[in-house]
Design a binder for this molecule. Structure first.
Ligand code: C2O
Ligand code: CU
Length: 438
């Protein structure tokens, strides 16, 4: 995107339309950045500033969050916590350094359950200084799950449905990649490509099997491994998570890109064309250097998830009062972290700057969740008491029903930060709290 004289690029939230169902489908009414689905690609090099002059041309307030960036707190874009919401007609300048290379994204963070699944999301790419993949071999795929009505249009009547909030979130019935259903993705035979997957869905966990199309994984949530990992079977890509793949098509294709939920089904095709005389050996970028957790001197805190349909939560604290499940439901809250439904006046934990925090999470609900911490990356250390072979860096971790997951982070970014489920209806109905780094 071209910047103006003062280095700011223009990003505007506007009403727009798109044919989600395909060429012969109708136009759905969407909310979009710069009228595009997905929003425009913002790309900088590691360590550079991202300067965005954001204008809100919607009829309601909004804000922009830069998901996964270890950002200045004031630029985190959380309305009501790090900034007031940007009112209709107003502008807000976002100006921050992107310290780590990788695949990130930006999305609305004001009533996100309503704004993100209408289209307010776009890719944010931070390149390595020596990105080994040239632009036409560096492919971004934004994967989105939509709920369409019988006419093939975005179902807006069901936004905020309590049944969705109290169950698995708003699940759709239609998938798009970069705004198109079943697209052809052009690739070159014999050449290494980097495929950046971003799950922008409100709630849908995508089951993917990269090894089925000959791809290897080089990064999760933006953080490179420094090597290419062959992963057998299914890997989940939960809402807000990213996965970078590398692949070198060897046959003339097309190579199906499949969803593994139920029977595998193809949701895009890599269409292979002639050989390209480019370097054929794989060069994988080196990892970012993130602060390593000091597990010996860490302090541990619980993160107990409770509530939802078929959960056993009896009561929780809301706005300083202990409420019964029934009262909570009347107030629109179905979920709680550590017995607290929604933001409490005390933080989930307070860390001294630079301290290592271990979160021991337990999913005492009947549903999976995708828990995101703002402003930090963490290592996922253990699942159900078992140490993971790869304690990968993430900014959003999945947790299944009944599971315990242990993560560790160096709390080195001062400010008040959100921690919430990225199934956006869950976040809106109790699964959202905050922590503090002082
Ligand atoms: Cu991707 Cu709190 O957000
Ligand atoms: Cu959740």
């Amino acid at each position: 995107m071209a910047a103006s004289g003062d280095g700011f690029i223009q990003l505007e939230a506007v009403k727009g339309q798109s044919r989600l169902y395909g060429e012969d489908g109708g136009l759905s009414d969407l909310w979009l950045y710069n009228g595009k689905l997905p929003g425009p690609e913002i790309r900088v090099k590691r360590g550079e500033r991202v300067k965005v002059r954001f204008k809100n041309s919607l009829d309601e307030p909004t804000s922009v969050h830069w998901h996964g960036i270890r950002i200045d707190n004031a630029m985190d874009g959380v309305s009501g916590l790090t900034q007031p919401a940007v009112q209709p007609g107003e502008t807000f300048d976002y100006d921050f350094v992107a310290p780590d290379a990788g695949t990130y994204w930006y999305h609305a963070h004001h009533m996100s359950w309503n704004q993100v699944p209408r289209g307010l999301a776009g890719p944010l790419i931070v390149e390595e200084e020596d990105n080994p993949f040239s632009p036409d071999a560096d492919i971004i795929l934004s994967l989105s799950d939509w709920r369409l009505d019988d006419n093939g249009l975005l179902d807006t009547a069901s936004f905020g449905a309590r049944h969705d909030f109290s169950h698995a979130g708003r699940l759709g019935n239609w998938l798009t990649i970069n705004g198109t259903s079943l697209p052809d993705i052009p690739v070159r035979k014999g050449r290494w490509h980097r495929i950046r997957l971003i799950n922008t869905s409100a709630s849908r966990v995508l089951d993917l099997a990269p090894s089925r199309f000959g791809a290897k994984v080089i990064a999760l949530d933006g953080q490179g491994f420094g090597t290419a990992r062959d992963i057998d079977g299914v890997i989940q890509l939960a809402p807000a998570q990213r996965m970078d793949l590398v692949m070198k098509p060897d046959s003339a294709g097309p190579i199906p890109f499949e969803m593994m939920t139920g029977q595998p089904f193809t949701f895009a095709n890599f269409v292979v064309s002639g050989e390209k005389a480019e370097p054929k050996e794989l060069r994988v970028p080196a990892p970012n250097s993130l602060p390593e957790p000091d597990l010996v001197n860490a302090r541990s805190f619980p993160l107990d998830m409770a509530g939802g349909a078929m959960g056993r939560m009896q009561s929780a604290t809301m706005d300083g009062q202990e409420l019964s499940m029934r009262e909570l439901v009347q107030a629109g809250n179905f979920w709680a972290f550590n017995g607290q439904a929604g933001m409490g006046d005390k933080p989930l934990f307070s860390a001294k700057r630079g301290e290592t925090i271990i979160l021991e999470s337990t999913n005492n609900t009947a549903f999976p969740h995708a828990i995101h911490l703002h402003g930090h990356h963490f290592r996922v250390l253990e699942r159900n008491g078992e140490k993971l072979a790869h304690p990968d860096w993430r900014d959003t971790f999945t947790t299944q029903r009944g599971e315990t997951v242990k993560i560790a982070l160096v709390a080195d970014n001062p400010g008040k930060w959100l921690v919430h489920c990225h199934m956006l209806g869950h976040a809106a109905s109790g699964m959202m709290d905050w922590f503090e780094v002082a």
